[in-house]
Every structure is written in structure tokens, then in C-alpha cells.
Design a protein around this ligand. Structure first.
Ligand code: GCU
Length: 724
């Protein structure tokens, strides 16, 4: 039975015609002379993959004895590769070449890189070509990651619960670690390596100080050992007050010498156990977490103290910008920018600021975070959420590729000191598919800057995208990174549903190349996960691509946000409730009353729009120029405000809620058509989940409309029936 355990690495047999052509390029596997665990992992994966896809035991050879050899290695590990004088110079760390070459008159394929991990990535890419039925002839692929740190953030607690996790308990079996290393850890590392993820933060940002005790350092070290061959480095979330909780000190003041000493010693202890430890992730002075401000110090003081401790070992501090405080009267959407923008230039060299994609909190839709583009002297890394805290948990089908893509391609219009792209010596993927995807995206790219004839249009050239901030090219950052809050748990299918696996997958693919296309990635994933049949792939990809917008429509259309039920965030809850913090109250966000709806973030209101570069700010603050999808994020408008559709705002809102439900109905119907392509188990499960989603989309629509109808005192638009 198909239980989803194999993810996108199923390696099911290809059709006979493909088997024949592929077999011609996989006749022998020529291994490097010098072996390493990573090179062995590459060879093992090729054997496993080719074994499954082509039903061939490819074996291992020492030299090329005929056509169709597959040669892998680096110039250091393989004299054969060294002799070929391949153009390896342009590759970034982890980059690789896959090329059709001639050796002693024989037709061969090489998978070559400067480092062992590049060879492993190349091996996965080679297999992916077969899994997606692409040709293995005349290959000239050169691929390099565009972002250096491509990380998962696990919000896993030491008791194995997972904050905002919907796929069962944590996969980290802390109790049996370090002695027992579950085979699943290896499969986890393989899956991550297959999409280029190269780091993992093991524990929740709401960190337990115990993670830094010797017992847990040993457990983390055991995981690091399993992960190492796959290029996956371990990082930990550190609790800022750990020196008090596990160090016996009376303070965690970052200026206190004893506290500084404690962190230095702790860093040395961690590095003694995990020599390639990546660093600390820190959530400080946010949602009740301890931090430097408890001692009247700044975020920079706190981050720099930890940076000092990690620096000598090569570690980094990823300091989160997700901060807001209950006693701060400022619009929550503004607080991170207000706090961090003035600190630009004050952070140590090995600090990276980790910024969520939007200014509030992983909503189905938010405009990009105003810090992107605003911190030229501080490396910023992106934090996306892969787990669907606000998009229906594990059961609703919502492919997040379009969400990630929308954020990455947003134009910040900050061109203070742009560097021409590519100047940093990285080569992007040169494949024809890559070029096509980029072209497709170029055509679709929607600028948020002013339209033709408006002022400041020259700043919005499409060069200063959020992606160009994240890949470091806009500000020539010394570090680059992108993190995704994992959706992984102990469920057999890892992610709580098969389609949630696509979100892990697309996160990895876009972390490697933020210019990649969400649609192209979805198609690859579908081919690898289900079936390469184009009748299946096209329909299923349409469904995936429309799915996130459907969620936006039935939950929070037109730029609304945070209307989920309080605390757990599942299901509708737009109504006012008595809560400890005003910004946990949905009414804080929708501001609906008899007069209208929406959050005024123009100069008349909180003026959050002004945190963006002037051309973007101008557009967002204009009722007519603001993209409709952000309308009520930035504007409070009367219910009878007239919309481009010809409807008034109230009717438009109702229309969107309906459209969301209709889209889910369509997804269900489409899925039913796909039965011939999908095994029973995954077909039935997905169908059952879509039925849940349809019921709950109605719940969302009906509850939301009922609530806004009451608040607005308006009748349902003509043709809309009240819920039964
Ligand atoms: C959200 C989420 C919390 C999480 C927080 C964070 O608010 O609901 O569970 O701790 O984000 O990112 O720190």
C-alpha cells in the first residue's frame, strides 16, 4: 500500500520506452577513487534510484569500459573527472555539473562538483530527470544554489509535541537518543538533500533551555552524525535566559561578563560535540520570550553577545525579527520595522536577521515584510511557514508555492545600491527548463510600483525583488539564508497529508533557486509523487496552483487577515472576544462596523504603508492603485465602496467567499477524475480530506458572511441565499 513514506523519492519503474533510453545512459557506475560518506551516499542513492526506476542493478566499476557510463566525483576524488577539465569554476558551494562527455571514445555522463555534497545534489538531480521523464542525452546542466543557508525550522518541543505541527509528534525521539538512531533520520536527511536543504534547527523557537544541557547536546550530536553525509547541519534554538535556567547565574544581561563567559563556554561545549554546528536561532522579547530588553539592552546587544561566542567556531546567530508587544500601541504590522530598522549596521558580522515573509504572521496572504530592502547593512534571511497554521492545518489542500513565489518576486523598489545580478560569481541553472520558467515568471511578474506615467517608476525595475534581498545580490550580503517552519512529524506520510509534502518540496526548491517557478516545481513533484502522465499532471497542477487562492477567498479575501479562531487558529472567528492582548482580537484586524471594513494603514491611519520604499508606499496607500488583494490590509472602506468588478465592497466580499467555496468544490470534482492515475490509499485519503475542506470552506464562508452582515447591517446581495 502507498502510505506516502517514500515522499517524492518513490523510484517506481518507468514505462518500457523510457527504460530503454535511460538504460543506455546508466550502463555502469564509475565511482571516485577516494571515497567519503557523502560520495557513498550519492552512489547508494543512484543505485537505489536506478534499481527502482529501471530495474537494473548498476553495480560499480573502476573505469569506463564502454558507452553509457555514469561517472561521479570531484577533481580531488576522481582523477578521471580531474582529467576532463570541466568548467567547475563558476559553481558555488554545493553546485554541480551534469554533462554528456566522451571518455576514451566512449559516450559517458558525468556528475561533477567541487565538493562532495555537490556530487550528491547532482545525483539527486540526475535521478529527478528520470523521475520526471526528461532526456539524459546531450546534457549540459550547471546548477548552483542561489542562497547559502537553506534551513528547516522545527518547532519541536523536548516532550515531542510540536508547536503548530499537524503531522503527529516530533520525529526526534529524544528519549531514545543518542543511543538509538531511528532509520527515519536517514530518510529525513535524504529527502532534504534531494532538494538541497542544508541545515535544520531541531527545536522550537519558544525554546526550552534544556536543549543546551550536556544530555541534549549529546542527542543533537547523534542526529548531526546521521545528517552529516547528507550535507545537513544542525542548529539549535537558544533560550536567551539559559544562563539563569541551566547555568545557575542570577542574570542573562548580555553586558554581564559572567553571562558572556557562560555563552562562550557553552558554544565551545557544543562545538566539541558537533564540530560543524551551524549556530543559534533566537526568539527574544517576543510573545513573552526573554531577551536583552529585559535588561534595557537592544536586540543588537543580545545578538552580538551570542555572535561573539559562536564566531570563533564559525557559527552564526539567526536573530528573529518577529517581535510585537502587548503594551505597544503601534500597529502590530509596524513594530518589527520600527524596532530593527534603526539597528541596521549595528549587528556583528555573523548575525543574520530572520524575517517572516509578511509583517503580521504567516497569513494566507500578506504583503511582503517592509524590512526586505530596508536593511542594506544587515543580512536578512526569509522565514516562511511550511506547516499550515493559518491555512487549514493538515487537511486543507493548499499548495504554498504560489505564496512563496508571490513574496519572492515582489519588487521592493529599493535600488539604493544595486549590484548587477550574477556579479557574485554564482551560476544559476542554465538548463532550458530553467530559462523557460524564468521567462514565464518574467511575463507574469506583477509590479507593485506605480504604473506608467506615475512618479518614481524608475525605482521599480523588477531588480530589487525580495528574492534579490534574500539571495544577497541586492545588498551584497555576507550571508544569505532562507528558513521554512517544518510541517514534519511522525505520521507515516511525514506531513499530515500527501499534498503537504509538496510544500516541503517547493520550499526546498525555491530556497535553492528563488527564481524557480511554483508551477514547474508542482509539476515535477506530481510526476515524482504520483504519475508522470500529462493528463494527470496538468489537471492536478491546475488544482494545486489554484488551491492557495481558494483558501484566501474562503478565509480572508481582499486583504483581510487573522480572522481565525483564537489560539488554535482553526476555523473562522471574526467575532470580538475578550482577550489578553488587543492584537489577538480579530476585530483588531478587520475593524468592521456599520460604516465599513478594513485596516487603515495610510497616513490617515497607522501609516504602515510608509515603511515601504516610496513608490511602493504610494501605491499601497492609494485606494485605486493598491492591488485588490491587499485592499483591506491597507484601507478602511465603506461597504458601498465601488470595486473594479462593478460590485460594491460588500457584494464583492460575499462574491469572494463564494468563489473560494466553488473552487474547493471544483478541486474535489477534479480529484475524482484523477482516480485512474492514483493508488487507492492516497486517492481515498485525498478525497476524504477534500470533503473536509469543502465542508469547512462553507463553514468559513457562512460564518464570516453572517458576522459581517450583522456588523454592517446589510442585506445579502441579490442571488445569494442565506446559509441553510
Ligand atoms: C505564531 C505562532 C506561534 C509561534 C510564533 C513565532 O504567532 O502562532 O505559535 O511561536 O508565531 O513565530 O514565534
Amino acid at each position: 500500500a502507498e502510505d506516502g513514506y517514500d515522499l517524492w523519492l518513490r523510484y517506481k519503474a518507468v514505462e518500457p520506452q523510457w527504460r530503454q533510453t535511460y538504460a543506455a545512459s546508466t550502463r555502469q557506475l564509475v565511482l571516485p577513487q577516494r571515497q567519503s560518506p557523502t560520495l557513498r551516499a550519492a552512489a547508494d542513492e543512484l543505485r537505489r534510484g536506478i534499481g527502482g526506476l529501471l530495474d537494473i542493478d548498476i553495480g560499480a566499476a573502476e573505469k569506463v569500459t564502454g558507452d553509457g557510463a555514469l561517472i561521479l566525483g570531484t577533481p580531488q576524488s576522481s582523477p578521471l573527472i580531474g582529467k576532463l577539465a570541466l568548467p567547475l569554476g563558476g559553481l558555488a558551494a554545493g553546485g554541480y555539473l551534469i554533462r554528456s562527455e566522451q571518455v576514451d571514445g566512449h559516450r559517458v555522463t558525468v556528475i561533477a562538483a567541487n565538493d562532495d555534497i555537490g556530487v550528491l545534489y547532482g545525483a539527486f538531480r540526475f535521478l529527478q530527470r528520470m523521475q520526471t521523464r526528461r532526456s539524459l542525452d546531450d546534457l549540459a546542466i550547471a546548477a548552483s544554489p542561489q542562497v547559502e543557508r537553506r534551513l528547516l525550522n522545527h518547532w519541536d518541543n523536548l516532550d515531542r509535541s510540536v508547536e503548530r505541527g499537524y503531522a503527529g509528534q516530533s520525529i526526534w525521539d529524544w528519549w531514545r537518543l543518542p543511543d538509538y538512531r531511528h532509520p527515519r533520520y536517514t530518510d529525513y536527511a535524504r529527502a532534504n538533500a534531494s532538494i538541497g536543504i542544508n541545515g535544520t534547527v531541531l527545536n522550537n523557537v519558544n525554546a526550552d533551555a534544556d536543549i543546551l544541557t550536556p544530555r541534549y547536546i549529546d542527542k543533537a550530536a547523534a542526529l548531526a552524525e546521521v545528517f552529516r553525509p547528507y550535507g545537513l547541519r544542525v542548529y539549535l534554538s537558544a533560550r536567551f535566559s539559559a544562563p539563569m535556567e541551566i547555568g545557575g547565574l542570577g542574570t542573562a544581561d548580555p553586558k554581564d561578563p559572567a553571562v558572556r563567559r557562560w555563552w562562550k563556554d557553552k558554544a565551545s561545549e557544543v562545538y566539541a560535540a558537533i564540530p560543524d554546528f551551524g549556530g543559534f536561532l533566537v526568539k527574544a522579547n517576543s510573545e513573552g520570550q526573554p531577551g536583552p530588553q529585559d535588561y534595557g539592552r537592544s536586540h543588537a546587544d543580545g545578538a552580538n553577545m551570542l555572535a561573539d561566542a559562536l564566531g570563533p567556531h564559525g557559527g552564526v546567530v539567526m536573530w528573529r525579527a518577529f517581535v510585537y508587544a502587548h503594551d505597544n500601541p503601534e500597529d502590530r504590522a509596524k513594530q518589527a520595522y520600527s524596532e530593527f530598522k534603526p539597528l541596521d549596521g549595528q549587528f556583528a558580522d555573523n548575525v543574520i536577521l530572520q524575517v517572516k515573509n509578511g509583517p503580521i504572521d504567516f497569513q494566507p496572504r500578506e504583503p511582503f515584510h517592509p524590512l526586505f530592502g530596508a536593511m542594506p547593512k544587515t543580512p536578512l534571511m526569509m522565514e516562511f511557514q511550511i506547516t499550515k497554521e493559518y491555512l487549514g492545518f493538515a487537511t486543507h489542500l493548499a499548495y504554498l508555492g504560489p505564496l512563496y513565489e508571490e513574496v519572492l518576486e515582489a519588487d521592493t523598489c529599493r535600488i539604493d545600491s544595486p549590484l548587477p545580478r550574477g556579479q557574485i560569481g554564482r551560476t544559476a541553472d542554465l538548463g532550458a527548463e530553467g530559462a523557460r520558467a524564468a521567462g514565464e515568471r518574467q511575463g507574469r511578474r506583477e509590479s507593485v510600483g506605480p504604473g506608467p506615467g506615475e512618479r518614481a517608476a524608475d525605482a521599480c525595475t523588477g531588480q530589487a525583488t525580495v528574492a534579490s534581498v534574500v539571495d544577497g545580490s541586492l545588498h551584497d550580503y555576507r550571508h544569505t539564508g532562507i528558513a521554512g517552519v517544518a510541517n514534519i512529524g511522525r505520521d507515516r506520510d511525514w506531513s499530515g497529508s500527501v499534498f503537504n509534502q509538496a510544500n516541503w518540496y517547493v520550499f526546498g526548491r525555491l530556497a535553492w533557486n528563488p527564481q524557480d517557478s511554483a508551477r514547474a516545481v508542482a509539476e515535477d513533484w506530481l510526476k515524482m509523487t504520483f504519475s508522470p502522465d500529462s493528463a494527470f499532471v496538468q489537471r492536478a497542477a491546475d488544482m494545486m496552483m489554484a488551491s492557495r487562492e481558494a483558501v484566501v477567498d474562503y478565509m480572508t479575501p481582499l486583504g483581510l487577515a487573522h480572522l481565525m479562531a483564537t489560539g488554535h487558529h482553526y476555523g473562522p472567528g471574526p467575532w470580538v472576544s475578550e482577550l489578553a492582548r488587543p492584537e489577538w482580537n480579530p476585530a483588531y484586524y478587520h475593524r468592521a462596523d456599520a460604516g465599513g471594513i478594513g485596516f487603515d494603514r495610510t497616513a490617515e491611519g497607522s501609516n504602515a504603508a510608509a515603511q515601504y520604499a516610496p513608490p511602493v508606499a504610494e501605491r499601497f496607500a492609494s485606494r485605486t492603485a493598491v492591488p485588490e488583494k491587499y485592499l483591506l490590509w491597507f484601507h478602511h472602506l465603506p461597504w458601498d465602496h465601488s470595486m473594479p468588478s462593478g460590485r460594491d465592497l460588500w457584494a464583492e466580499l460575499v462574491h469572494r467567499y463564494d468563489r473560494g467555496v466553488a473552487q474547493v468544490e471544483k478541486m474535489r470534482a477534479d480529484w475524482a477524475q484523477l482516480e485512474p492515475f492514483v493508488d487507492r490509499q492516497r486517492f481515498v485519503q485525498t478525497g476524504a480530506f477534500l470533503a473536509i475542506q469543502e465542508r469547512e470552506a462553507r463553514w468559513w464562508r457562512d460564518a464570516s458572511i453572517a458576522y459581517f452582515r450583522k456588523v454592517s447591517g446589510r442585506e445579502l446581495p441579490e442571488g445569494v441565499r442565506p446559509p441553510a
